[in-house]
Ligand binder design. Structure first.
Ligand code: GRF
Length: 224
């Protein structure tokens, strides 16, 4: 039987992580607080499409290099913008790219440079409610269970293979204010958790089912 295909590039020692963010950056902050400089993980670069993103201030405060890649600076050419961003990240030795509130779709010119090594956090239980305003979509639908998904990124909208999901039952929720604090709490837990899994090379895509992600348990858990 063939070995499961490793997700991400193999890495010796520290896992070098980049974060892409367009806005507030609370997920970036959770990564800076919980995994940066620990567990064999270093956040080495933060990039944005938005020069006003508060995420950039958070990166500066942590001493992490930043760059802004706006489509307008590349003659409106998305592929050219993405190629430049990929080259900048590769220049920083990035092995895993984390999208944390990054509001642009990434083109093949970017994704092909980081095979099986780009992940995203989405505030819904995919495949329900992909795209913008996921919590609003879920409220309009009238769901009783909300949640968060961390998944691989492909060229579609929140359509890559699922790595981790966590749900919260909120049967009486009526507004985003009733839901968002729970969603953020979950995001700030499971996104660092997934990055830790990559650092111990524990994430695999099944060789027989391209959408199935296998998380291998720590070596010392086999006799429990
Ligand atoms: C998060 O809710 C994330 O799930 C979504 O965008 C939001 C980013 O929030 N993709 P922040 O900028 O990390 O605070």
């Amino acid at each position: 039987m063939s070995e499961p295909r490793p997700a991400g590039r193999s890495h010796a020692g520290e896992l070098r992580v980049a974060v892409l963010a367009s806005g507030t950056g609370t997920n970036l902050q959770a990564l800076l607080d919980k995994v940066h400089g620990r567990d064999g993980i270093k956040i080495v670069a933060v990039a944005s499409d938005n020069p006003e993103a508060h995420a950039l201030d958070r990166a500066h405060s942590a001493g992490v290099p930043t760059a802004v890649f706006q489509r307008a600076d590349f003659g409106g050419d998305r592929r050219a913008r993405d190629s430049a961003m990929a080259a900048w990240l590769r220049g920083h030795g990035v092995q895993l790219v984390v999208l944390a509130g990054y509001m642009r779709l990434l083109s093949e010119s970017f994704l092909s440079r980081f095979p099986d090594a780009v992940i995203n956090v989405h505030p819904a239980l995919l495949p329900s409610f992909p795209g913008l305003n996921a919590v609003g979509q879920a409220l309009s639908y009238g769901v009783k269970v909300f949640g968060v998904t961390v998944h691989f990124v492909d060229e579609g909208v929140d359509s890559g293979a699922v790595i981790m999901q966590r749900a919260v039952e909120l049967p009486d929720a009526r507004s985003e204010d009733d839901v968002l604090p729970f969603i953020h709490e979950i995001e700030h837990e499971i996104l660092p958790e997934v990055v830790r899994l990559f650092a111990r090379d524990a994430v695999r895509i099944s060789p027989t089912h391209h959408r199935r992600v296998i998380v291998t348990p720590p070596a010392d858990s086999s006799d429990r």
